[in-house]
Design a protein around this ligand. Sequence first.
Ligand SMILES: [Zn+2]
Ligand SMILES: [Zn+2]
Length: 271
Amino acid sequence: MAEYSALFVEETTFYNRMVLGAFLPSRTWDPLPHFFQTWIRNYIGGILVYFLSGFFWSFYIYYLKRNVFVPKDSIPSTKAMLLQIFVAMKAMPWYSALPTVSEYMIENGWTRCFPRINDVSWSAYLVYLIAYLVIVEFGIYWMHRELHDIKPLYKYLHATHHIYNKENTLSPFAGLAFHPLDGILQALPHVMSLFLVPVHFKMHIFLLFMEGIWTANIHDCIDGKLWPIMGAGYHTIHHVTYRHNYGHFTIWMDWLFGTLRDPADDEPKKM
Ligand SMILES: [Zn+2]
Ligand SMILES: [Zn+2]
């Protein structure tokens, strides 16, 4: 385990040097403790993922493909998007604390994380990865559902994300527009999984940051119709009815627990 710990610290130190070195003069971050360097790196990483995915996706669907996916009069106003960016930016320093704490626990050998794929066999790697994803999917579904069902949680936390309750106010920038604690709670299953299944360290970090891209994608209101993916068609319904489609990557948890509503059922029936 001590050998694992050294490998994890070596890897995170490398990431810190690479990211901080690219954006900041070394005298500003070099004297800081490892934990703070990691936090700044996750903060920079979070901002990059959020803005790159938000800008590219908005540019593509609202400008390059104007009127193709989203009718011109349904494009959210700049003001709505700026408000979503403002909410997300207020929360970003707190979101960044989550991977920082999870990396700290990994480095200290408290989790079941492993540093290299050949620490386990390829078949075990795949089984663990699937188990990790199932736990994340189950965890996010129930966390999200409780954020609606437990009224104070809804009122003080999750309502912040639900002020965008009409189709044309949602944009890719709404993806991380949460109360900081709400965002952290919904990402928590990623950290809980580390204690339940062995998971490859890089994969954990990758999947955590992929959330930024995924949430941008499910808030663009475009119905991708790709079974069993929980695309924006489903998530838009969630923002309208508040009682359906709590799931995250796939529709399976909503199907299993009886809260699924298919966008196809809401379309006007063609005779
Ligand atoms: Zn919700
Ligand atoms: Zn949402």
